[in-house]
Design a protein around this ligand. Structure first.
Ligand code: TYD
Length: 206
């Protein structure tokens, strides 16, 4: 029987820079497993990408947002993450359920308890083996976003206090689950962040 692959997730506030490290991480992971599946949330399937477009660009309640995230996640696990892990591939996923706790619960103020129940329904037997959390002061993250110059989606247009709450929710989850969630200081030069990332990854996969 093929051993289940590893499930690695990336998290952080908008502008913390996680997306610029995806290729680097894929290359590092290839040293450990020939088959790496890179995917993202919300999205990863046609159904999920449809929900992504809806949720990133149209106003909706925090609850509707959170339910859409879990609906997309359920389809993503069925069609992509679950089969890949079962085949022995390693999955690198840009955001997963920690994002819902950080954004919809921390940022928007929903109670996490209901989502713990939903999480048990949607992925009862699946948790990331390791989560790399890119941590950055929201003021610096906003500067990076502005420098990128890309059109902002609904979340990226949120104010600094929203991102302070999102960041705090992430850090609180990391304090509660330090074996899984590895916090990476995402400040400074790309090369320096990359070194910290490589070292966190070695620790996470040890
Ligand atoms: P992100 O993945 O950072 O994409 P990009 O780098 O293209 O902007 O953006 C997705 C947005 O969705 C991000 O602002 C966080 C938000 N999000 C939630 O609010 N809850 C969730 O559960 C997930 C997965 C994402």
């Amino acid at each position: 029987m093929t051993a289940r692959g590893r499930f690695i997730t990336l998290e952080g506030i908008d502008g913390a820079g996680k997306s610029s490290h995806v290729e680097f991480l894929r290359d590092r992971l290839r040293e450990r497993c020939a088959n790496i599946v890179v995917t993202r949330e919300p999205g990863g399937t046609p159904f999920g990408e449809g929900l992504r477009a809806a949720v990133l660009h149209h106003p909706a309640s925090a609850l509707a947002e959170a339910l859409a995230m879990f609906a997309a996640r359920s389809a993503h696990i069925d069609a992509v993450i679950g089969p890949a892990l079962a085949s022995g591939a390693w999955v690198l996923c840009d955001r997963f359920s920690d994002s819902t706790y950080a954004y919809q619960c921390g940022g928007r103020g929903l109670e996490p308890a209901a989502f713990e129940a939903l999480e048990r329904l949607v992925h009862p037997a699946l948790q990331p083996d390791a989560t790399l959390l890119f941590d950055l002061d929201p003021a610096l993250a906003a500067q990076r976003q502005a420098a990128r110059g890309a059109a902002a989606d609904k979340f990226e247009r949120e104010r600094a206090d929203f991102f302070r709450r999102v960041r705090e929710a992430y850090l609180e989850r990391a304090r509660r689950d330090p074996r899984r969630i590895h916090v990476i200081d995402a400040g400074g030069e790309l090369g320096a962040v990359r070194e910290r990332l490589a070292s966190a990854l070695r620790g996470a996969l040890a």
